[in-house]
Write a protein that binds this ligand. Structure first.
Ligand code: NDP
Ligand code: MG
Length: 393
């Protein structure tokens, strides 16, 4: 049969690179037909030269001409488009049957929804979009008739441990979903020790190599908080049935506990190519280029409870999930603004949680009605976060 045609949104990022690595290993099965980036024209043009897609889209319209010039100079023949609408159109369009949603942040929402509505096979890495718009994304998937395969390693692990992927948990006899967290670079530190840590330290993750935004989220444990909300939507799990355990080796990617006491886990080396290969090939299995797991080589597997007093972002995410409505979207928007400020050296590490907490208090949860209202609330939360930042500086 013809290879699956894959649109890689966020092709120049960490997940994008791992996706293209897996695709290139299986030219008879997969073909990268659409590549998308934000501003990194040089890297996007190089990826087009290597993978020969049918379409390249750059989010920043000012860079369309430069992309076309670079492609022409390199002798690459492919269509070129620009702008956020063009990205959503490509995700829904005829050039792909599979969409890897790997844009970082709320910027990925429109294209993720567009792929879902169009009935594509949606490989979701962009957790911020499901955190923001969980019910709307699930509705779009139902209407489109496609399927969502989680790429986030924890959710991919849970998907693999559930019969048939995503059943009603009660019917499947599931008692709890247990999400593992590496604990990030600051595991075991006290608040006093975290007062002066900077962006480079926060981005030096002990186990995973990732983009800077998610690296900071891992350091604050907001990443795990976003993942709890993601798991709630993906698997229909009530908050009380989702637990987080810190597991520093990052070999057990998550677990499912059943009513009879059985606990199933998915293990593997910390390399996103495993989850991506699983999601691309599902229900089949393909080689991902990942070294075999050698359990005897490392220290024994360890698990501990997260320190919610030091890593307050995780507690705030649970708070937003309990508040319901659009509170998770407010949490996400405030966090994006705070993380950007931290990466720019404008606020200390511990202030990220303060900003998120203030914004959640300022904007009480409202019901999610449609995308337009949600985007307006996302903007209001960003404005509130900026006011908190200015007040604090
Ligand atoms: P990176 O920062 O490495 O890459 C982000 C990608 O998104 C780049 O290709 C960037 O393009 C593109 N991008 C950013 N803004 C826009 C925009 N407005 N329009 C179009 N494209 C845009 O991030 P990661 O790959 O680490 O993460 C991507 C997503 O996957 C995040 O949501 C993250 O939470 C999730 N994820 C990542 C994991 C990982 O291991 N890295 C694990 C699990 C989930 P450009 O290069 O031009 O700026
Ligand atoms: Mg994850």
């Amino acid at each position: 049969s013809a290879p699956r045609r894959v649109a890689v949104l966020g092709a120049t990022g960490s997940i994008g690179g791992s996706t293209l690595d897996v695709i290139a290993r299986h030219p008879a099965r997969f073909r990268a037909s659409v590549l998308v980036a934000h501003r990194n024209v040089e890297a996007l043009a190089a990826l087009c030269a290597a993978h020969r897609p049918e379409l390249a889209v750059i989010a920043d319209p000012a860079l369309e001409g430069e992309l076309a010039r670079r492609l022409a100079a390199a002798g690459v023949r492919c269509e070129v488009a620009a702008g956020m609408e063009a990205i959503a159109a490509a995700a829904a369009g005829p050039l792909c049957d599979t969409v890897v949603a790997a844009i970082v942040g709320a910027a990925g929402l429109d294209s993720t929804l567009a792929a879902a509505r169009a009935g594509k096979r949606l490989l979701l890495a962009n957790k911020e979009s499901i955190v923001m718009a969980g019910p709307l994304l699930l509705q779009a998937l139902r209407e489109g008739g496609g399927e969502l395969i989680p790429v986030d390693s924890e959710h991919n692990a849970i998907f693999q441990c559930l019969p048939g992927g995503r059943p009603a948990l009660a019917e499947a006899g599931v008692r709890r979903l247990i999400l593992t967290a590496s604990g990030g670079p600051f595991r075991g530190r006290t608040r006093a020790e975290l007062a002066t840590v900077g962006p480079d330290e926060a981005c030096r993750h002990p186990k995973w190599s990732m983009g800077r935004k998610i690296s900071v989220d891992s350091a604050t444990l907001m990443n795990k908080g976003l993942e709890v909300i993601e798991a709630h939507h993906l698997f229909g799990a009530p908050p009380a049935r989702i637990e987080v355990l810190v597991h520093p080796q990052s070999l057990v990617h998550s677990l499912v506990e059943y009513a009879d006491g059985s606990v199933l886990a998915q293990l593997g080396n910390p390399d996103m190519r495993t989850a991506l290969a699983h999601a691309l090939a599902w229900p089949e299995r393909v080689e991902a280029g990942v070294a075999p797991l050698d359990l005897a080589a490392g220290p024994p597997l360890a698990f501990e409870r997260p320190d919610l007093d030091t890593f307050r972002c995780l507690a705030l995410a649970f708070q937003a999930l309990h508040a319901g409505g659009d509170a998770p979207a407010i949490l996400n928007a405030a966090n994006e603004v705070a993380v950007e400020a931290f990466l720019a050296g404008a606020i200390p590490f511990l202030a990220i949680a303060d900003v998120v907490e203030s914004v959640l208090a300022e904007l009480p949860a409202q019901a999610v009605v449609d995308v337009q209202t949600l985007v307006a609330r996302d903007r209001a939360a960003r404005a509130a976060a900026r006011r908190v930042l200015h007040g604090a500086c």
